[in-house]
Design a protein around this ligand. Structure first.
Ligand SMILES: NC(=O)c1ccc[n+]([C@@H]2O[C@H](COP(=O)([O-])OP(=O)(O)OC[C@H]3O[C@@H](n4cnc5c(N)ncnc54)[C@H](O)[C@@H]3O)[C@@H](O)[C@H]2O)c1
Length: 293
């Protein structure tokens, strides 16, 4: 941050852009360098959180430059969320626990893109997969894809693994942990570290035992153990590799969004939040399809 602060005071950053993932840089420049913020040529934002922060700024009427929401572009949703999670969830589970997936009963919370990828991968290895969903359309999709849609309370006693993919808060709470069977694995593929309510596990009667990096056993007074992975943070980003092909697509998407904002004629993009033009997603898909031939 010191280096950046020095750069900002030394150079004239007139036509610069921000490429952000989470909105921290945007927020910092907005707060600490308001004059520079107004002169930016645009912001490209990658994450749900960062886009949310941009919308908050916009609602207050404080967004004075064009911005591009890469997070909601089809190409990001399909590759980063669906295929990346499909390829990396099992890697994360194996590296941390060496668990046999075949025959295990798994409940996946949320059947959006991340949930779909995770379910497909687990099913392919022979797991019996249950899904919890609050959106009727996604619930019907899960049903049509052959998964039993159920509530977490109904299924929690019998599952071997609980995986959250909702982007929501406190999906797995103490009331669920208390009903899990011993040896149940709990992990998160969704938003940051908010989906599993860890605060409810910080009580005196429960013991925490770190058995190896990213693997904690939480031990109940009767000896029951629940296995928590990556302290509730994203399993694949914390414990496995992610395909470089997907990272390459994400990086190219961001670069195209920056070029689009930079080269756009005056007036095409106003002081608002735009989705990446669909034609760019198609262009990228074409390039990567040719690369894969
Ligand atoms: N692990 C990774 O590599 C990775 C990659 C991309 C995105 N993400 C994160 O994963 C999260 C999900 O992303 P997505 O693209 O699947 O989002 P999405 O909006 O497509 O899907 C989330 C689903 O969860 C459902 N849901 C919300 N609250 C629920 C609840 N209480 N119980 C059951 N279902 C509920 C929603 O109805 C929705 O269908 C986001 O936070 C995203 O940032 C993770």
């Amino acid at each position: 941050m010191f280096y950046l602060q020095t750069q900002l005071t030394l150079y004239n950053f007139d036509s610069y852009q921000i490429l952000d993932d989470g909105g921290d840089m945007t927020h910092w420049i907005y707060k600490k360098h308001p004059a520079l913020f107004k002169k930016l040529k645009g912001i490209v934002e990658e994450s749900v959180t960062g886009v949310y922060r941009l919308y908050q700024l916009s609602k207050k009427g404080k967004l004075c430059i064009p911005t591009m929401n890469v997070n909601d572009s089809v190409i990001k949703q399909k590759f980063d969320n669906l295929y990346c999670c499909k390829e990396s969830i099992v890697d994360g589970l194996k590296r941390t626990t060496d668990v046999m997936i075949g025959g295990k009963q798994v409940v996946v919370c949320g059947y959006g893109e991340v949930g779909k990828g995770s379910c497909a991968s687990l099913k392919a290895l022979g797991a019996i997969v249950y899904v919890t969903e609050v959106d009727p359309i996604c619930a019907l999709q899960a049903c049509m894809d052959g998964f039993r849609v159920i509530t977490l309370t109904e299924i929690i006693r019998q599952v071997d693994m609980v995986i959250t993919c909702t982007g929501n808060k406190n999906i797995v709470g103490r009331e669920h942990f208390d009903k899990m069977k011993s040896g149940c694995i709990v992990c998160n593929m969704g938003h940051s570290n908010t989906e599993i309510d860890l605060t409810s596990l910080q009580t005196t009667e429960l013991k925490w035992q770190r058995v190896r990096p990213h693997v904690d056993h939480i031990i109940w007074p009767d000896g029951k153990r629940v296995i928590l992975l990556a302290e509730g943070r994203l399993l694949n980003l914390s414990c496995s590799t992610v395909p470089s092909f997907v990272l390459s697509i994400t990086a190219t998407t961001q670069a195209l969004a920056l070029i689009e904002l930079y080269n756009a004629p005056d007036g095409r993009y106003k002081q608002d939040i735009y989705l990446l033009p669909k034609k760019m997603g198609k262009f990228l898909s074409l390039i990567y399809s040719l690369k894969n031939k």
